[in-house]
Design a protein around this ligand. Structure first.
Ligand code: FE
Ligand code: FE
Ligand code: MG
Length: 169
């Protein structure tokens, strides 16, 4: 970001360096979410496996796209996206839940927790930029809409599993 662009954001009360830090944490979260979904889709077992694999695979692609959006904004702001995978673990807000148990029900729980964390983080970025940095605000809103959909999708499968299990009893 140019000097004048930065001055304007700062004059609206945005601490650009703080914002870049927040965005880098979100960037770390996106990469970890991407991989957690991607590997989860590979190892998943149980019912309904196909629906879960399809959803996890789609979400992994969305998280990777989010990582790209956040990286682009960090660069526009004059920052540098994290350059080392080990920084993802050091900077993450939402963490990484290793899918030790490949049971689809466990994977769903882990990923629902991740989405809830992501929703909280993007809400924070929106609160920080509202009325001050509309570009970052709009980006966070777009991503937030996806994360809300992700949470709903996973919770819907969880409900289906409950119904299925109750019929098997
Ligand atoms: Fe995401
Ligand atoms: Fe998501
Ligand atoms: Mg979905």
């Amino acid at each position: 970001m140019g000097t004048r662009g930065r001055e304007i954001l700062e004059s609206f009360g945005v601490k650009v360096n703080e914002l870049i830090k927040m965005l880098n944490k979100a960037f770390a979260d996106e990469w970890l979410a991407y991989y957690q979904y991607w590997i989860g889709a590979k190892v998943a077992v149980g019912m309904p496996k196909e629906a879960v694999v399809a959803e996890l695979t789609q979400h992994s692609a969305d998280e990777l796209r989010h990582a790209g959006m956040v990286a682009d904004r960090i660069i526009q702001l004059g920052g540098k996206p994290l350059l080392e995978p080990k920084e993802w673990i050091a900077q993450t807000n939402c963490g990484y839940d290793r899918p030790d148990d490949p049971d689809v029900r466990v994977l769903l729980e882990q990923n629902i927790k991740g989405e809830q964390c992501a929703i909280t983080q993007y809400k924070k970025i929106m609160d920080y930029t509202q009325g001050k940095d509309p570009v970052t605000y709009d980006m966070a809103l777009k991503i937030l809409e996806d994360e809300i959909e992700h949470e709903e999708d996973l919770e819907a499968i969880k409900e289906d599993i409950k119904v299925m299990e109750s019929k098997l009893k």
